[in-house]
Write a protein that binds this ligand. Structure first.
Ligand SMILES: NCc1[nH]cc(CCC(=O)O)c1CC(=O)O
Length: 308
């Protein structure tokens, strides 16, 4: 198995490795350095887009046989499938919500106007602006530990991070507020992992799927990513989406599972447009696509139109 060298990536890979080992697999983990890690370490911004910079080196290693299994943060993967590689399993997702880590134990509403919130995510920045609290958003980069340190060091008053990442590295207790998705919709597939192998390794694919795959997570993430595929790309798009599997009653009064999906995107002027829909879990992809179409009809900026 290959992993990036960051604490979060290593922890996520170990989580999957442990599950495979428990089922009798022999696992060796190798570290792969990505362009994203290199540019991040050098402190240079990744121009325009971060799409795939963290995931492409792992996929290269998979394709050329240095590794057999790659574990990605699903939300960092480009939406287009890559020939030769198959998504073998989507394990049960961790908490998809974002959290605030702020100075003096403050929640968002307690930060005085003018307070500086650090995030490199256009999605988080757009939603913080939309709260109208007078907070100032500054772009920051670096791994999770680096970003928390910017609060401790007083460089910023707060940062917004994925709760799943903090949970995995054992630092969820440092969050000062868990942000409600009504205020802060997470990135599509946030908190979920994507476990990939080569298309040709069908026995390995079957093993990974039977050991790791979670259908409810996969349905939710499929709907969320379908919104993204229609409207933008990971990292550079101010797009949020969150699907929950909920219980509903069908026409005969029987309990059925349905997907409840909410999403937002931004107009060319930077205003938020939000919408929501529910559908059957088996139609997850279609549910996401039609919600994206509604967002476009509501004025969301179409894919590729953005210059910033
Ligand atoms: N963009 C980086 C990234 N990719 C995955 C996670 C956290 C884990 C996850 O969301 O699955 C993070 C850090 C963050 O957004 O705070």
């Amino acid at each position: 198995m290959g992993t990036r060298a960051s604490l979060l990536a290593r922890t996520q890979t170990q989580l999957v490795a442990d599950a495979l080992t428990a089922r009798g697999a022999e696992v060796e983990i190798v570290h792969i350095t990505t362009d994203g890690d290199r540019t991040q370490a050098a402190g240079t911004p990744i121009p325009g887009t971060g799409v795939g910079v963290f995931t492409s080196a792992l996929r290269d290693a998979l394709l050329d046989g240095r590794i057999d299994v790659a574990v990605h943060s699903y939300k960092d993967l480009p939406t287009a499938p890559l020939p030769g590689i198959v998504l073998a399993a989507v394990p049960e997702r961790a908490d998809p919500r974002d959290v605030l880590v702020a100075r003096d134990h403050m929640v968002l509403g307690e930060l005085p106007p003018g307070s500086v919130v650090g995030t490199g995510s256009p999605r988080r920045a757009a939603q913080i602006d939309a709260l109208g609290l007078g907070l100032q958003v500054v772009g920051i980069r670096g791994n999770v530990e680096t970003r928390i340190r910017k609060v401790t060091d007083g460089e910023v008053d707060g940062v917004v991070l994925a709760r799943a990442g903090l949970l995995r590295i054992g630092r969820a207790g440092e969050a000062t507020e868990v942000l409600d998705p009504v205020q802060m919709l997470p990135a599509p597939a946030q908190g979920a992992l994507a476990v990939e192998c080569r298309v040709a390794d069908t026995a390995l694919e079957t093993f990974l799927r039977s050991t790791l795959h979670d259908e409810a997570t996969a349905a939710a993430v499929t709907a969320e990513r379908a919104v993204l595929a229609e409207l933008g790309s990971p990292c550079d798009a101010a797009i949020g989406a969150l699907a929950d599997v909920v219980e509903d009653l069908d026409d005969d009064g029987r309990i059925v599972e349905r997907l409840s999906l909410r999403a937002f995107a931004t107009t060319a002027e930077g205003a938020l447009v939000r919408n929501s829909a529910t559908g059957e879990t088996k139609d997850a992809e279609q549910l996401g696509r039609s919600l994206a179409a509604e967002l476009l009809a509501d004025g969301a900026e179409p894919r590729g139109a953005t210059s910033a």
